[in-house]
Design a protein around this ligand. Structure first.
Ligand code: ADP
Ligand code: MG
Length: 210
């Protein structure tokens, strides 16, 4: 299997989108997301391009998260069971794993990656999973240390979100390339953690510094 997986998630329309008469034009069919243009409705005069077009895109995972009553509804847990467990399994095998969300503002990145207290997202669930795993494989000689860093790239500037307050300022870090380890952020603080609670504390601290 390929070592890059791509998932797409469809969120519900926001109140504003509903108010403005927005309609969902995406449909999920297994691993295919279909986008339908609605020109056929808008051109009631019969002129112009009135053909309905459906464009289909294939993904490794497609999530329909529009209405919880739908039998195909993908909850935060469903997303975690696929993507989160893959991250944890890969990391446990010693691979470098990267999980990122991509999409325009308001598309649902933060909801998926962090979630809300009532609907916990991927990052806290993965962090929790790290420690469950560590307890499971406590058998020597394997040992591991878990370190947390949290940075923000905003307007092309890299900023450490976990720097002690006195050193914070509007200090920009440099992204550099190590010949063996690959790209890294020079001077980024690393925080050793031994349990899930500590990770969540850092996560909250970082979010507050954004
Ligand atoms: P982004 O981080 O990409 O800018 P957000 O995660 O803030 O977008 O999402 C925008 C809005 O849509 C928020 O109000 C969020 O709660 C809501 N939202 C996003 N994804 C979902 C989802 N899967 N289910 C319910 N609400 C969602
Ligand atoms: Mg966001």
């Amino acid at each position: 299997m390929a070592n890059v997986r791509v998932a797409v998630r469809v969120r519900p329309l926001s109140k504003r989108e509903v108010k403005e008469g927005g309609r969902i034009i995406v449909e999920i069919d297994g691993k295919v997301a279909k986008i339908r243009n609605l020109k056929v409705d808008s051109r009631s005069d019969g002129f112009g391009d009135s053909r309905e077009k459906v464009v289909a895109f294939g993904f490794d995972y497609c999530y329909w998260s529009v209405n919880p009553e739908d039998p195909h509804y993908a909850s935060q847990d469903v997303v975690f069971q696929d993507l989160g467990t893959e991250v944890l399994n890969g990391a446990a095998k010693g691979y470098n794993i990267c999980l990122f969300a991509y999409g325009q503002t308001g598309s649902g990145k933060t909801y998926t990656m962090l979630g809300t207290p009532a609907s916990v997202g991927l990052t806290p669930r993965i962090c929790e999973g790290l420690f469950v795993r560590e307890e499971e494989c406590a058998s020597p000689p394997s040992s591991c240390r878990i370190k947390v860093s949290f940075l923000e790239i905003y307007n092309e500037r890299v900023r450490d979100l976990l720097k002690p307050p006195d050193k914070k300022k509007s200090y920009t870090l440099r992204v550099r390339e190590h010949p063996e380890m690959g790209p890294y952020v020079q001077g980024l603080s690393q925080h050793v953690v031994t349990n899930y609670k500590q990770v969540i504390q850092l996560l909250e601290e970082g979010i507050a510094n954004r």
